[in-house]
Design a protein. Sequence first.
Length: 115
Amino acid sequence: MDKLITSSPKTLKWLSIMKSRVVMEIPSLSYRESKYWASFRNPETNRNVVYLQPQKNQIRLFTKLNISFDSSLQITPSTSQWAETFPSIYLIQTEDTIDQAVNLIVNSYNKDLKI
């Protein structure tokens, strides 16, 4: 099966950087990829902490954090149950925004432990 078919070499590089930084922060998180999505999963709660949707020039990071947590977060563009679980989205549009994305993943992990 092809992995992350919507990604580009640029966003694959960003995912690789992000993955290594997240694993340094939280070694227990597992990382998975499918055709259209990647995720970090918390083995302690058996739930996904965040979803990543890579595209050609950006990665959309869906998080469990509310938009009030950080001004760079936007409301998830969905009215489904998905938006209840992952109410915020963060756009990774440059390599410079990866550190902020890692911070949001770490905070999403911490929130998941409290749920």
